[in-house]
Design a protein around this ligand. Sequence first.
Ligand code: GUN
Length: 297
Amino acid sequence: MTTVIDGNSVASDIRSEITDCVETLEDSGVNPGLATVLMSDDPASETYVSMKQQDCEEVGIESHHVEIDPDAPAAELFDTIDDLNDDPAVDGILVQLPVPDHVDKREVIRAIDPAKDVDGFHPENVGRLVAGDARFKPCTPHGVQKLLEAYDIETEGADAVIVGRSDIVGKPLANLLIQKAPLGNATTTVCHSRTDDLAAYTETADIVIAAAGVTEFIGGSMLSEDATVIDVGINRVDADNEKGYQLVGDVDYESAEPVVDAITPVPGGVGPMTRAMLLYNTVKGASEAHGVDIELP
Ligand code: GUN
């Protein structure tokens, strides 16, 4: 029987522990706050940001939201970031990506105070992660590690194949899985769109992490019966339903599920974990900014 990895359930447990962290902070007079900044009218980005605000509300984190017209000058976004950097009520800042073409994404990431960079994208935080001294682990890779931990899937000595080399998932996850640390010690291979004979890598892997952003890129014939498959993809495809679309991953679930040992569904796998780890980073930031100890999950 294939284990279907339930991200909703693991994320719910983590959220409940984060609620305790928020209470501990509040007992010391600290109200953790997350600022979300949206400079886009993309419906998917709007949905993601509003879900993040709802998550904050659920665990008691104060949410501050700023919307900037996507046609506004870039300076408006940079001024907003400066204000949030200086605002003591804000412990975490998340600028929803992508930003419009006339705004330099790298400059945006560098403008955020690294101590409030709950995405973990600032070069200082990337450097610390690579050096094995992470301040904020990026949310999706951290969520993947937590899912593996919750299901007792051993990374030490495992052959892990990551399909995708993005700054948000593939690169940081590779760095986490190779760390000489708990939830690391994996022999890690990063494949990508230019990999010759992708199946040669995936079919011998113990852990396959699909993060290529390509609909149903990996099928059952490319996977082994012992594999754990973590599907990071969230792709919208047209569907004959109320919304007009449905979400599918980078893995062809129909063909993969009967083959492998364990697999995450889409939705309900990695997505809720990404959201939970953002809350984790926000309370971690608040705890460090105000010198209050908390017991993180
Ligand atoms: N857009 C898609 N994923 C992310 C993310 O993890 N963080 C931010 N800031 N924007 C995103």
